[in-house]
Design a protein around this ligand. Structure first.
Ligand code: UDP
Length: 414
């Protein structure tokens, strides 16, 4: 059997403290209509990256609403995950000519077949995340469940050959969910397509409110000077997150603000073999600069520590070149920290109002906006507060649950 992730049960009640009564009533009413429904979420890693982050909060909340929700993880070896990372990158537009080779395709499919045989099939709805387990639906034993494919990446301009390989698998699903309308490839033929943005959980250890003063004090344990400016980027070690662009921007900014410090917080996931090389290169650069730091889950930086870094930051940077959504943007804004972010994919959704001016298209722009916010602290604080309100309005868990359950209800025809 595939591994199931152990999770608890959580009530939605606490959300009444921070969201409108109507929005929570609505979610609870929807869940009552679907009471007892068995949902299964599938992906390829229980930690590292946005999907795992979402499911850790989402599934206990569904359970608290009276639904039966589980999370199964597919297995794979390094070759499989090298292929699936390339498929992920290709959906975001990076060419992957190896997909033309029969051995690459059969390796991908062989693993999906093996995982399908191990799948616990006793569910009414399967939600399959991203390309790694996409082909499960084809190989799963005959069943009456509804199948939804959830795409978390920016698939607006996929590598054509890869997309034509994946498309028939997607079209076997009952529905697909994308974060933005423009991410739906134009030739996808599917009756139900949901456009639903992800969300964060303000009560998780990643996002619960911490005192900034305490967080800054903790930095000193790591050798970071709490009396000086600090910008932080939190992301997997991935080229789309443009860590080297962030470094360049930091170096430019440092010409104007010599006391500036840069912290990278990154994580490794076992379905992401690319991360090690990028980590090594960032580490090498950071070693040359005593004001640049790299921390990761390898050295015990978990959700709470990420929270501390985000809360302690003067500015959070997320200079992605392509981004499905970028939970880290919502996480920082929720903490009232201003963000300078790449003008890419799902990021602009989160940067409402005046924060739009801090969407950047180049290293130079990134440096300039960082410096501006570091020099204008009153404005930075206002923008952080506006950002927090924007996230409250649109990007907290109950809204995501509402949107997804609405789609599920539609599929079930009830
Ligand atoms: N994350 C983390 N530790 C790290 C780096 C990232 O916990 O060292 C978390 C981050 O806080 C966020 C998620 O991983 O919740 C990344 O999600 P995002 O949507 O930003 O990017 P993805 O990894 O899905 O491309």
């Amino acid at each position: 059997m595939l591994q199931k992730v152990s999770l608890g049960v959580r009530k939605c009640d606490r959300y009444r403290l921070i969201m409108s009564k109507d929005s929570i009533d609505q979610v609870e009413a929807l869940a009552r209509e679907l009471r007892g429904l068995r949902l299964c979420y599938i992906n390829s890693t229980p930690f590292g990256g946005g999907v795992a982050e979402l499911l850790v909060s989402y599934i206990p909340l569904l359970r608290g609403l009276g639904l039966h929700a589980d999370w199964q993880i597919i297995r794979g070896d390094r070759d499989f995950f090298t292929i699936t990372k390339a498929l992920h990158n290709a959906l975001q537009g990076k060419p992957y000519p190896e997909i033309g080779s029969a051995s690459t395709r059969s390796e991908y499919l062989r693993h999906n077949l093996a995982n399908a045989r191990e799948l616990d099939i006793n569910y009414d709805v399967f939600v399959v995340n991203d390309p790694q387990p996409l082909a499960l639906r084809r190989y799963a034993p005959e069943n009456k469940a509804k199948w939804i494919w959830r795409c978390h990446v920016d698939s607006s301009e996929p590598d054509e050959e890869v997309w034509q390989f994946l498309r028939p698998f997607v079209e076997e699903y009952d529905a697909a969910i994308f974060t933005l309308d423009k991410f739906v490839p134009s030739d996808l033929r599917l009756e139900h397509i949901g456009i639903i943005a992800p969300a964060i959980d303000p009560f998780s250890s990643k996002n619960l409110m911490l005192r900034r003063h305490t967080c800054r004090a903790w930095l000193e344990n790591l050798g970071i000077d709490k009396s000086r400016h600090m910008v932080v980027q939190v992301s997997r070690f991935d080229p789309w997150k443009d860590p080297f662009g962030v470094m360049e921007a930091y170096r430019l900014a440092k010409r104007e603000l010599p006391d500036l410090q840069l912290v990278f917080v990154g994580s490794f996931a076992h379905d992401d073999p690319e991360a090690w090389d990028i980590y090594a290169s960032i580490h090498e650069e950071a070693n040359k600069d005593e004001d640049m730091w790299v921390f990761s889950n390898l050295t015990g930086v978990g959700s709470m520590e990420v929270n501390v870094f985000q809360t302690a930051a003067d500015v959070v940077v997320q200079k992605s070149l392509k981004e499905g959504f970028g939970l880290v943007v919502a996480e920082a804004l929720w903490k009232g920290i201003p963000v300078v972010a790449g003008n890419a994919g799902g990021i602009p959704l989160q940067m409402g109002g005046r924060l739009r001016d801090y969407l950047v298209n180049s290293v130079e722009e990134c440096a300039q906006k960082m410096v501006y916010l570091l020099q204008n602290r009153e404005l930075a604080e206002e923008l952080g507060q506006e950002g927090q309100e924007h996230i409250r309005q649109g990007f907290l868990m109950p809204r995501l649950i509402r949107d997804e359950l609405t789609l599920v209800k539609q599929l079930l025809g009830c």
